[in-house]
Design a protein around this ligand. Structure first.
Ligand SMILES: [Zn+2]
Ligand SMILES: [Zn+2]
Length: 296
């Protein structure tokens, strides 16, 4: 089965330009932000002309909308025990799902946030409650996916058990519209050593699959600047970090990387291309080529 390789390309000029850059970079998948990620975006909607331009660009790029993931704002903390902040994060998540479903794309991924207050069980329930609110508010289509985290402080989503607990707390009727994805840098930073052997990597994926009751719905393919267990969320180019190239070969040979978006979130050579320049980033081109050779 094919490996759907893509990246979170720069959206200078608009998200349709991100799609064109991905297409020119030979990608099959894409990740975007649908609003400025450092704000809640709980009021931001998407204008119809932007939707039309984006869909046309995807078509031009040869990327199926199902293979596009929107990354939610980083500030949304749906795990918090602060009621005011939780309300705002839940509203932000709902809007993320609404914008993505307007675009007709496959999924929204989000970081579950920090278990302020200290109790991780009730934090998992709060995350699930925010997810349920979003899924109930937006008609079926785009899925909502929890992303594993690097595990700094009280952040949720470090372990298979935490990801599993969030998904298990969802109402059954919504469960099929939810899932999770794994970021290799976050796995490593959270203490999951995927560098030992293909079997060690497989055991880590098995752990998540068992706890969640399903395989991941996307991967973020990033090398890690920080060492194992450092909780440091710093992505570097594949082969230039503490994970190294070989574990990515093992991962790309695993059945669980088939047919789902595999998204690079590695550094760009330029973060400020001209708004009308559809050329792909040279680093992305190099990374896509590397991943294809590892998958072969
Ligand atoms: Zn992320
Ligand atoms: Zn990260």
């Amino acid at each position: 089965m094919t490996r759907l390789i893509g990246a979170h390309t720069v959206d200078a000029g608009g998200i349709h330009m991100a799609a064109l850059r991905a297409g020119r970079g030979g990608m099959d998948a894409l990740q975007i932000f649908t609003a400025i990620p450092k704000y809640y975006g709980d009021k931001a909607s998407i204008r119809p002309e932007r939707v039309v331009r984006f869909r046309a660009a995807l078509n031009d790029a040869g990327i199926a909308a199902a293979n596009v993931v929107a990354h939610a704002a980083y500030v949304l903390n749906t795990a918090t025990d602060d009621e005011v902040k939780w309300q705002r994060a839940a509203a932000g998540l709902r809007k993320e799902l609404e914008r993505s479903s307007t675009l007709g794309i496959g999924a929204v991924c989000f970081h579950p946030g920090a278990a302020t207050g200290g109790d991780r069980d009730s934090a998992a329930e709060r995350v699930a409650k925010a997810m349920a609110g979003a899924l109930d508010a937006v008609a079926a289509g785009t899925r909502l996916l929890v992303e594993n985290t690097a595990g700094a402080g009280m952040t949720m989503g470090r372990t298979p058990a935490e990801v599993g607990a969030i998904l298990a707390a969802l109402p059954r009727r919504l469960r099929a519209r939810a899932g999770y994805g794994l970021d290799t840098c976050h796995l490593f930073a959270a203490g999951h050593d995927l560098t030992g052997s293909p079997a060690a990597l497989e055991r880590i994926l098995d752990g998540f699959e068992t706890a969640a009751g399903e395989p991941p719905s996307f991967f973020h393919l990033n090398d890690s600047e920080g060492p194992l267990g450092s909780n440091k969320d710093r992505h570097v180019l594949i082969g230039e970090g503490k994970i190294g190239t070989e574990p990515f070969r093992w991962l790309l040979q695993d059945r669980r990387t088939a047919g789902i978006p595999l998204i690079l979130e590695t550094p760009q050579e330029s973060y400020e291309p001209a708004g009308d320049d559809p050329s792909p980033d040279p680093y992305d081109v190099r990374m896509v080529k590397l991943l294809r050779s590892l998958a072969a």
